[in-house]
Write a protein that binds this ligand. Structure first.
Ligand SMILES: [Zn+2]
Length: 271
């Protein structure tokens, strides 16, 4: 859904921003304000001409009017560029950053726990192994609570999940990402093993329900259209692999990623 003010856009200044690739769009309020200023200046000029304050030929006044209009257009273009914030990131970039941070957190945990991720370490030793049967990723991710902000667990395109107020209240309602129960830092070819990712998985046209989801290399895993709808025409989502790298995968690429996994089966806890 577009915000209502989009309908009021008089015109757009389309220009690709070189550092971040985003399209620059003039703020509609800015455009309207500058249009008003232009109108006011022109009215003042023509009134001054009528009163004879400007003792010049009609052609010279017309030239002044043209120059004023050109100046206002240039200022509006500069304003549009100046107000563009390079720190604004696309939802897919924000989601990839979230999963990248989760990967760093999981590997930091593994470094402190004998090269094991939380589901491979018992609760008594700071892990979450006993919670695997619940199929809920929250208890596993909660082992990283010391180093993670609560917003990290939410995909910016997820309209259902909201950040928890604190870790005492943290559960699957505050999570957009699934977590593998079987992926491990010691996997051979960790660049192909799926560790975590966006929750909107589907198999053979049916959304994967919350809980423990087991897939093998033959399972036709794809995405629903629930998250990342605007990222491209086709369905897509972000996946974190065991080696820590993050990728936005479209439908065919996620099928290939699942097929290429070295694991016999991979169990995912889906929120
Ligand atoms: Zn996402």
């Amino acid at each position: 859904m577009s915000p209502p003010e989009d309908k009021l856009v008089l015109f757009e200044i389309r220009h690709a921003c070189s550092p971040c690739g985003r399209r620059l769009t003039a703020n509609p309020l800015t455009v309207r304000f500058l249009s008003l200023v232009t109108g006011a200046v022109l009215i003042m000029l023509s009134s001054a001409m009528r009163r004879g304050c400007l003792n010049r030929p009609a052609e010279a006044v017309t030239l002044i009017e043209v120059l004023v209009v050109i100046a206002v257009v240039v200022v509006s273009l500069l304003f549009a560029v100046a107000t563009h914030d390079h720190r604004t990131k696309s939802p897919t970039t924000q989601c990839s950053n979230n999963l990248g941070q989760i990967g760093v957190g999981l590997h930091a945990f593994a470094t402190d726990h004998g090269d094991h991720f939380p589901p491979q370490v018992s609760v008594g030793n700071g892990g979450s192994m006993e919670f695997i049967g619940r199929g809920s990723p929250a208890a596993h991710f909660q082992t990283l609570s010391n180093e993670m902000r609560l917003k990290v667990w939410i995909c910016p395109t997820d309209e259902i999940k909201k950040p928890a107020n604190n870790y005492a209240a943290f559960d699957d309602r505050n999570l957009s990402y699934f977590l593998s129960m079987d992926a491990a830092p010691t996997n051979t070819q960790p660049q192909f093993i799926i560790l975590a990712g966006d929750r909107h998985l589907e198999v053979a046209g049916q959304p994967v329900r919350p809980g423990l989801f087991t897939f093998s290399s033959n399972t036709p895993v794809s995405w629903t259209r629930e998250l990342h709808r605007d990222a491209s025409q086709s369905r897509g989502g972000v996946v974190l692999f065991v080696d820590g790298h993050v990728e936005f995968l479209k439908h065919d690429r996620v099928v290939a990623a699942v097929k290429g996994q070295g694991l016999g089966t991979n169990r995912l806890a889906v929120p």
